[in-house]
Design a protein around this ligand. Structure first.
Ligand SMILES: [Ca+2]
Length: 183
């Protein structure tokens, strides 16, 4: 019999229920989800171990504490994008809690390579020139590495670099012209 359950007993009038002295457990388990933290960002295939724990008050005791992977096991960083990690805890009184954190996995991008200099440098080129935009993502990640709608052209103020509205351009054509260096 678990704590918080009713007890059946036989007396002179028949069978009755009584509530045990300790009463029912109405307190939900508490979950501390440390890793992944809410809003955390990791690079593709980064080794990140889940870190969480559960605790229960109310008398019945913790029954389960389960995350998408076990505490101390590697979380999913095998593809880029937004991901969630959830932990659910239950106690022996039937109370359930769950916590979910959203995290991001991104490519291991460390800026552009020659001939493009990275911000805050403003690269000056002759109009009409073809500029190879070289960068590394720590390995061949294929050609589908751009977010939807990118790369995209944008006007800036030459003296401040502040964006000054959109300009005409064909992102698809620019994508085709982008030159990827593979390692
Ligand atoms: Ca409880």
């Amino acid at each position: 019999m678990g704590i918080g359950e009713r007890v059946r007993y036989r007396n002179g009038d028949g069978i009755s229920d009584i509530q045990p002295d300790w009463g029912p457990d109405t307190t939900k388990p508490e979950i501390t989800l440390t890793t992944p933290a809410e809003g955390a960002t990791y690079t593709l295939n980064e080794s990140v171990t889940a870190d969480y724990e559960c605790a229960d008050e109310g008398g019945s005791g913790l029954k389960s504490c389960e995350g998408d992977v076990a505490d101390g096991a590697l979380i999913d960083t095998g593809s880029v994008g937004s991901k969630t990690f959830a932990v659910t805890a239950t106690d022996n009184g039937g109370n359930t809690s769950s916590v979910s954190h959203t995290y991001s996995v991104i490519y291991d991008f460390n800026g552009f390579l020659s001939p493009v200099d990275n911000p805050p440098t403003l690269n000056l080129v002759k109009a009409g020139s073809v500029i190879p935009v070289n960068f590394s993502l720590s390995g061949d990640q294929g050609l589908d590495v751009f977010a939807d709608g990118y790369p995209t052209p944008q006007k800036i103020a030459c003296d401040t670099g502040v964006p000054a509205g959109s300009c005409r351009g064909d992102p698809k054509r620019q994508r085709e012209q982008s030159h990827l260096r593979r390692e």
